[in-house]
Design a protein around this ligand. Structure first.
Ligand SMILES: Cc1cc2nc3c(=O)[nH]c(=O)nc-3n(C[C@H](O)[C@H](O)[C@H](O)COP(=O)(O)OP(=O)(O)OC[C@H]3O[C@@H](n4cnc5c(N)ncnc54)[C@H](O)[C@@H]3O)c2cc1C
Length: 397
């Protein structure tokens, strides 16, 4: 098996400095019934956690139309159930993997506390918690005082909180380290060849089959080809007549050192009002958030990261050393219904494992297992149909 990667190591793109959440129970899609009410602030406010700057790009508008079609309560609930199923499966595959292999990636059984500053949002979260309980999610609603007892790093915003939802089974880890560790073990133990510094230019196809992958160092021939290129997947699939409805949704992160005297959270915290997550990863605190549909490399990025920093300093002033911040921008490869694209394509030996959006770390283990079962024509352990390209109506044009 050969992995083709344009960077000089694994995990150097979207998986590099993400929020570090393995949030198997927080999978509700971005598309939901509350979206329409929020649209004016997404378009107009510079400080909204989600920003949308319209462009003349037809594909972007087609994606937005699909996204809005997924905002009904019934679709959003169905997607939540399907993602909960994939999330639960991912947790079990991940635990199996961690038992078999020795992976060092600042993993922690941290639990996750989502805190609310607005009574209406908290009420909605309680309803979502009751709904998810029917599908096995174990969560508890906490008072503001109980939130601070669960995670003392929230002391500074105690007065602003109206409550929180705590999920003890959630976990955290460093996604970049995890990816590097996997690559190391796959290469050393299972003979996988990693061809770094190699760009994939296209897939040569004849009579409904891929016959070679065209790369910057020549053609690579294989029996089966898996497209797992994150935001690069769309461009590679298009010449084969496969339209992947994916859009890069930008987000930002800060990594700050945690030293003696700092009070970094041990529990993973999401501040829902700002849509910012906090995860302790070894001797650092990772702070990540915001969802922007703005052009790549836009000048606004620096302003957004400054905003993220000021929100973090106000929320967890003693969480880490904010004078020594590493800044990062990434883009989530996102489908309009927030479900990944896993499984076959119309090209018989080309398979998809992409489009995990804001849950790529969380869903990675399940996605890999599902695509492997499909390629080997073996029955999968969960129904793969909800995540297939052809089984849902998502064509982008
Ligand atoms: C701010 C932010 C916070 C996030 N937080 C979380 C979180 O807390 N938990 C979570 O589960 N998810 C989170 N995510 C989402 C998660 O990071 C992504 O879903 C995940 O990294 C996607 O993984 P991937 O392998 O599909 O893409 P990538 O990690 O981008 O990997 C694709 C690889 O393909 C390579 N590639 C692309 N095109 C080519 C080409 N033509 N030739 C050769 N190589 C190519 C790229 O270099 C890259 O290494 C977050 C994302 C962001 C932006």
């Amino acid at each position: 098996m050969t992995v083709v990667e344009k960077h000089s190591e694994a995990g150097a793109e979207t998986s590099f400095a993400n929020g570090g959440q393995l949030s198997y129970s927080y999978v509700a899609p971005l598309a939901g019934p509350s979206v329409l009410g929020h649209l004016p602030s997404w378009l107009l406010s510079r400080t909204a956690p989600l920003r949308f700057r319209p462009s003349l790009d037809f594909d972007q508008w087609a994606w937005c139309a699909q996204f809005l079609r997924n905002c009904t309560a019934s679709r959003s609930r169905r997607t939540t159930v399907e993602l909960l199923q994939l999330g639960a499966y991912s947790r079990s595959v991940m635990h199996e993997l961690m038992k078999t292999e020795h992976l060092e990636f600042a993993f922690s059984k941290s639990g996750k506390l989502v805190v609310y500053r607005n009574a209406e949002d908290f009420e909605g979260a309680r309803r979502q918690m009751d709904f998810q309980a029917k599908f096995g999610a174990e969560q508890a609603a906490l008072s503001p005082g109980a939130c601070v007892s669960t995670e003392p790093a929230l002391e500074s915003i105690r007065d602003k909180l109206v409550g929180g939802i705590f999920t003890p089974s959630e976990e955290t880890g460093d996604c970049h380290l995890f990816t590097r560790e996997l690559a190391r073990i796959a290469s050393a133990k299972y003979g996988v060849k990693f061809q770094y510094g190699t760009r994939l230019h296209g897939l040569q196809h004849e009579r409904g089959k891929v016959v070679a992958a065209r790369t910057s160092v020549g053609d690579i021939v294989a029996d089966e080809y898996v497209l797992a290129l994150g935001n690069g997947s769309r461009e590679l699939a298009a010449p084969l007549g496969i339209h992947l409805p994916m859009c890069p949704l930008k987000g930002y992160s800060l990594t700050v050192p945690v030293r003696d005297g700092h009070c970094a959270p041990a529990v993973s915290v999401t501040d829902l009002h700002h849509k910012v997550v906090y995860a302790r990863l070894g001797q650092t605190l990772r702070i990540a958030g915001m969802v922007d549909m703005t052009p790549a490399g836009s000048r606004e990025d620096a302003t957004r990261i400054d905003l993220l920093k000021s929100q973090a300093q106000a929320t967890m002033p003693y969480g880490g050393d904010y004078s020594s911040v590493i800044r990062w921008t990434g883009a989530r490869p996102t489908t309009p219904d927030s479900k990944p694209l896993i499984g076959p394509t119309r090209v018989s030996n080309l398979w998809l494992n992409t489009g995990q959006g804001s849950l790529g770390f969380t869903l990675a283990a399940a996605s890999a297992r599902l695509v492997t079962a499909t390629i080997r024509r073996r029955p999968a352990e969960i129904d793969a149909a909800p995540y297939g390209l052809s089984t849902r109506n998502l064509s982008s044009n």
